[in-house]
Design a protein around this ligand. Sequence first.
Ligand code: SAM
Length: 225
Amino acid sequence: MRFDILTLFPAIFPGYLGESLLEKGIRRRLVEVHVHDLRNWSRDKHHKVDDRPFGGGPGMVLRVEPVVEGVEEIRGRTRDPGRLILLTPQGKRFDQRYVRELATSNRLILVCGRYEGFDQRIIDILKPEELSIGDFVLNGGEVAAMVVIDAVIRLIPGVLGDATSSIDDSFSREEDWIEFPQYTRPRTYRDHGVPDVLLNGNHEEIAEWRRAHAARRTERLREAE
Ligand code: SAM
């Protein structure tokens, strides 16, 4: 799967791309991530891509030309134009169902905003899907882009060491399914032990305990809503 990220801050990404599952996915050629500096499409000699808002007000707005022209050029670089996603706080809320849907694509193009956000004509011209990672405002779309990549790559076959490990993940079976509690060594820590059933080697009993505890957690989530 190929990701293209358009950003004003490409230096944010190398650390994240070089670690853990994503690094392995890239090394095994299951995932490709291309980071593009939006300033490459600036027409300004100082590589500016933002300007003051018409009508006045605080902050700066991302100009239409670098974003539209950057996206058009990047989209045209492969035969598959991919799915174009603008990270915005007013976009469709990201959840596991959305993750599953995105994981069926071969290519995602993620455009990160900054400052006061995008000139509206970027949305009118490119007609992207707008995706929000939650009802709060970040300083930029870069962290949101990482959230999208992080969630989607878990569902790409071969990325997780054990292909079954995403099956029991929270939100994976049903929309509000929560995974059962997990324990590892030591068996006791500060008087807190591990439930005996997990140590007895009886797979049926363990599966039943996990089902019951997952159901309890799921119920608690429903009540909290
Ligand atoms: N003035 C904008 C507003 O009120 O909608 C907020 C702009 S925000 C400071 C700058 C950029 O961060 C946005 O253009 C977007 O790319 C990103 N961003 C902020 N919050 C986000 C969220 N919840 N989900 C996805 N992207 C977000």
